[in-house]
Design a protein around this ligand. Structure first.
Ligand code: PEP
Ligand code: MG
Length: 325
């Protein structure tokens, strides 16, 4: 089995009936690049940059960030890289006074909200990512969008820093694609609104499930209720994928669900054609995709979408996962 998986690394991620999907890796540190490339990822679908900011007193300036991004880009050798802007707060909080005083951090001033609240924090990163995009195929991804106002404000800020970079004579990519994470239920329901204004969408299931089911993702007491296959979650996922199709905007998924083999075929059946996951899941998920006939799972997936009984749903999910295609 281990031997077969090593071979899988070089094979295309296509189903038995010829439907090919894109498989990307999630990274947090420069060191993670090697691992995802070893596992056959075609690029990075999620670079979590908050780790540059954690466990230190100061914040990394524009040039320091650019150096980190440059290292990653060099290791990627021309493969695509999606850099997510700062997602600080809640489960990725700095150890600051403000963070301690927040009564409900997951619903508070985190991610894009924090960045727009503190442009002094945001601007150097926007500039560093724009400059990185001149060095390789880089796109920028915004976390936790919930309103169009936030997106427009961010796009205006990007325009402003582009002007600054021009005045400063620094090289950057003026056409760098900008995408957004769909991880707040409001954004999922209004996915068309975001698809109309962004270059790509990526489904963040870790937060989407947390907010949809009102289950704190880091609270062990309610962990048993954290269910990626809850009908409400699947509806939202399908809705986001379909909004992407309507607007001809690529939709990927970068939450943990994308790397869980229990859901790979279900997600294929819902129309997902791009996955980003941690290195350790890549080979197994690809192997499963390569042993799937999409035309055989469409029907059971449709049945699952119309079945409410939890036991029956669990059975169907197992069936889809284990079906011999
Ligand atoms: C997510 O929410 O699914 C996600 C990929 O982002 P993070 O886990 O970093 O919040
Ligand atoms: Mg998230």
């Amino acid at each position: 089995r281990a031997h077969t998986l090593v071979k899988t690394r070089l094979e295309p991620a296509c189903t038995l009936d010829g439907v090919c999907v894109r498989l990307f890796g999630n990274i947090e540190l420069t060191e993670d690049v090697e691992e995802i490339l070893d596992a056959g990822a075609e690029g990075v679908g999620l670079y979590r940059t908050e780790f540059l900011y954690m466990n230190r007193e100061d914040t990394p300036d524009e040039d320091e960030q650019l150096e980190h991004y440059r290292e990653v880009i060099e290791q990627m050798q021309g493969r695509p890289l999606t850099i997510r802007t700062l997602d600080l707060g809640a489960d990725k909080a700095l150890d600051t006074e403000a963070a301690h005083h927040c009564t409900n951090p997951a619903l508070g001033l985190r991610a894009i909200r924090l960045c727009l609240h503190d442009p002094g924090l945001f601007r150097p990163q926007l500039k560093a990512v724009l400059r990185a995009a001149a060095l390789g195929p880089v796109q920028m991804m915004l976390p936790m969008l919930s309103s169009l106002g936030e997106l427009r404000q961010t796009l205006a800020l990007i325009d402003e820093v582009k002007h600054e970079l021009t005045v400063e004579g620094k090289a950057f990519d003026p056409a760098m694609p900008v995408g957004g994470m769909i991880e707040v239920p409001a954004a999922a329901l209004a996915a068309d609104m975001f698809a109309a204004e962004l270059d790509f969408l990526s489904i963040g299931t870790n937060d989407l499930i947390q907010y949809t089911l009102a289950i704190d993702r880091v609270d062990d007491e309610v962990n048993y209720l954290y269910d990626p296959s809850h009908p409400a979650v699947l509806y939202l996922i399908r809705h986001i994928i379909q909004a992407g199709v309507r607007h001809q905007v690529p939709v990927s998924m970068c939450g943990e669900m994308a790397g869980d083999p229990l859901y790979s075929r279900l997600l294929l059946g819902l129309g997902l054609n791009s996955f980003s996951m941690q290195a350790s899941s890549l080979l197994e998920v690809k192997d499963l995709i390569r042993h799937t006939r999409l035309d055989r799972i469409t029907e059971p997936v449709e049945t699952l979408m119309h079945t409410w009984d939890p036991d029956r749903r669990a059975e169907l999910l197992e069936q889809i996962r284990n079906l011999l295609c």
